[in-house]
Design a protein around this ligand. Structure first.
Ligand code: AMP
Length: 395
């Protein structure tokens, strides 16, 4: 069975073509700068990369380019070879507690939820409609970032705001990066081989979030109503005193939309260091002794450790912490900054393993196992799509 896993943004469309159930990537690629005259279409197959610059008007044209490209490059003989398309959707609200088949009602619902995630859900629907036009006769499945976190209890997902905010406007914690937290917590559980497990996943990329997972079920997560809550990120503040917003809006004479933009795009690593949002640039500066670069990492590391401490208490123990995503997988420096703060929990680092990004980076006498696990959100989407097709006898 061949499944395409799609991850779309407002001006980009990334995909991986999987052979399932073998879980092998046959081809991958992306169309960037959709809507511009110089859109870039990239296709990777058999170790070769084909890149083309051309005007791509919209997501439908991008979807067509991808399918035509796969046929032209003889990855596929025809589009009939594709059995399903899985689409990543950022916000599924309380409506979607599992992946589901795309139909008119589901699309309408994703658009309604778009009010809470305008930068994401509308673009996802563009991509769904694009692929539906190009591949109308096969199942399209939507896989939500929020689903994995739907098992949280009210004490973890509610805010102490007026209750009618929740009832009338859906104000609660949803959590994001769900496919990554699911994949990495499952991998961690395979490694732990425990009957009952308490795991924390630290997804530290440009966006960053933590989740607390008991016996495979998410019980808490650091992102909230939007991805802005939680730990500081590449350009996001993470949690802060909300009183700062109105105070600084007045001081800077900016609107609430402009303030939201500053909190999302000009804060975090970038805001504190005044250098870059990219961890590699910041590490270089930190190693040279750049004070604000060091502070940017330390602020993040402290917050990560704070969450780990609170999840330890909430779960009543901890078997493993797994680091993942761009920084979590590749930065011994950030991991060490975090892990040194966890000595009180009996965490001991194997320095050599940490410096080499090994799978297990805790020493044998550590009370908590520390892993570095490469995430694979696209594979979760492909797995869910295949499972949905099989369970519903669609093929
Ligand atoms: P992601 O959002 O998961 O793609 O992660 C992007 C972040 O990972 C960026 O801040 C990159 O600088 C960071 N990153 C990627 N490779 C490395 C590396 N070798 N060392 C430190 N950070 C890295």
């Amino acid at each position: 069975m061949k499944i395409i896993s799609v991850n779309s943004g407002s001006s980009s469309l990334k995909f991986q073509l999987y052979q399932m159930p073998e879980e092998t990537v046959i081809a991958s690629g992306q169309v960037e700068k959709i809507g511009f005259k110089d859109s870039v279409c990239t296709l990777k197959h058999n170790g070769e990369i084909r890149k083309e610059t051309l005007a791509v008007k919209n997501h439908t044209q991008a979807a067509k380019l991808i399918i035509d490209g796969l046929i032209n490059e003889q990855v596929l003989t025809s589009m009939q070879e594709i059995n399903g398309v899985g689409h990543r959707i950022v916000q599924g609200g309380e409506v979607f507690d599992r992946s589901t088949l795309v139909n008119k009602k589901v699309i309408e619902q994703i658009l309604i939820l778009g009010e809470m995630a305008p930068l994401h859900n509308y673009a996802h629907v563009e991509a769904i409609n694009g692929f539906l036009k190009v591949l109308p006769d096969i199942p399209h499945v939507v896989v939500f970032d929020t689903t994995f976190h739907q098992t949280m209890k009210a004490d973890a997902y509610m805010y102490s705001t007026p209750y009618e905010w929740y009832l009338n406007y859906g104000i609660r914690k949803y959590g994001f990066h769900g496919s990554s937290h699911k994949y990495v917590s499952e991998k961690t559980n395979e490694l732990l081989k425990l009957e009952n497990s308490k795991v924390i996943v630290c997804h530290i990329g440009n966006g960053a979030s933590l989740s607390a997972v008991v016996n495979g079920k998410c019980v808490d997560t650091s992102m909230g109503f939007t991805p802005l809550e939680g730990i500081p990120m590449g350009t996001r503040t993470g949690s802060l005193d909300p009183a700062i917003l109105s105070y600084m809006e007045k001081k800077l004479n900016v609107s609430s939309d402009e303030m939201y933009e500053i909190l999302n795009k000009k804060s975090g690593y970038l805001g504190v260091s005044q250098l870059s949002s990219d961890a590699r640039d910041l590490e270089e500066a930190a190693f040279r002794g750049h004070k604000q670069a060091i502070l940017a990492f330390e602020l993040q590391a402290k917050r990560i450790a704070d969450y780990i401490g609170s999840y330890y208490v909430y779960m009543g123990g901890l078997d493993a912490v797994s680091f993942t995503a761009g920084i979590g997988e590749n930065s011994p420096y950030l991991r060490k900054l975090v892990l040194e703060r966890l000595k009180v929990l009996g965490v001991l680092i194997d320095e050599e393993a940490n410096n080499n990004n090994r799978l297990l980076i805790s020493s044998p006498d550590s009370k908590v196992k520390i892993y570095v696990i490469k995430t694979n959100e696209e594979l979760v989407i492909a797995r869910d799509t295949m499972a949905f097709i099989k369970n519903n006898n669609i093929v």
